[in-house]
Design a protein around this ligand. Structure first.
Ligand code: GLN
Length: 290
């Protein structure tokens, strides 16, 4: 910035003299952003602003970026430097190979939740329920992988359901979306498979105050003093919403595998099964209604 002077505003030539060319290059913007965020993230944000592929960005480092795009990029880089999740800044996250739109109204899809899709795909079921669908990622991935299935997805948040509906439409799948509290809106309806990635973080877990999760909906993360409040409700109410032989599988915290299995056994589930995520942590537990 140059102070305005009585000699008049600084002209183009003087800006160029200072190396502040009106439209900076891709290279310069990335160099500038690297001071505050990782280069990988800077590239992603710049690609998002310019609407170009990784290859196109890499191939043309001397490309000039318009002033408007420069301003957009700098604003996003500053928000990222202040901690906002990349997925909220770009509005996208990949899940099970699908591009999922996300907003701060929904939990950002996690890789470990793909375990639930794998369970659905291994042994296809007809009527499938996704409890607490959020962005819709799980219901949509399942519906896409199992075109014969009838998939229902429930969420308490109208804002989340709007995002989920948009995602289903973008992926061309017919998922029935229902607003309500867990099984609340489903009456007596029964399913062959119930999946859930419920909130399961303990309310006082310091994890909630760190990194990306600070920006995510607390209602999608925290579940009472042990993080088990919602899992307890889901497990207790699931048998009434499963056909005999129907299955319930849900995601849980790294230290909840034992409690999850115990709750299922208590509710009369058999063939209790657990799956590890890519980090080797028991992350999903489920069972069958006899
Ligand atoms: N795994 C997420 C986290 O630790 C929590 C997701 C959830 O509560 N369903 O941030």
């Amino acid at each position: 910035m140059t102070e305005p002077s009585w000699e008049g505003p600084p002209g183009r030539a003087s800006a160029a003299d200072r190396g502040e060319d009106a439209a900076p290059t891709v290279r310069r913007l990335l160099d500038e952003a690297r001071a505050s965020i990782p280069l990988r993230e800077a590239r992603l944000l710049l690609r998002h602003v310019l609407g170009v592929s990784h290859a196109a960005l890499e191939a043309h480092p001397e490309r000039k970026v318009s002033l408007q795009d420069t301003a957009s990029f700098r604003a996003l880089a500053a928000r990222r430097a202040a901690g906002e999740p990349l997925a909220y800044l770009t509005g996208h996250r990949e899940f099970y190979g699908l591009d999922i739109r996300v907003t701060p109204a929904v939990l950002i899809p996690r890789e470990e939740t793909e375990l639930l899709v794998e369970i659905a795909v291994e042994k296809p079921s007809q009527r499938i329920l996704d409890l607490g669908t959020g962005s819709g990622c799980l219901a949509i991935a399942v519906a896409k992988a199992l075109p014969q299935a009838q998939v229902t997805a429930v969420d308490a948040s109208a804002a989340a359901l709007a995002v989920a509906r948009e995602n289903a439409a973008r992926h061309g799948v017919a998922v029935r979306f229902v607003q309500g509290d867990w099984f609340g809106p489903l009456g007596e309806e029964r399913f062959d498979l119930i999946l859930a990635n419920p909130p399961y973080v303990a309310g006082n877990d310091p994890h909630l105050a760190l990194g990306d999760v600070r920006f995510e909906p607390r209602s999608a993360l925290a579940a009472g003093p042990e993080g088990l409040d919602d899992i307890r409700r889901i497990v207790a109410d699931a048998p009434a919403h499963l056909v005999p032989g129907g299955r319930l599988f849900f995601e849980h915290g790294h230290d909840q595998a034992r409690a999850a299995a115990a709750l299922l056994a208590q509710a009369g589930f058999v063939a209790i099964e657990q799956r590890r995520d890519l980090a080797g942590i028991l992350r999903v537990t489920g069972g069958t209604r006899p």
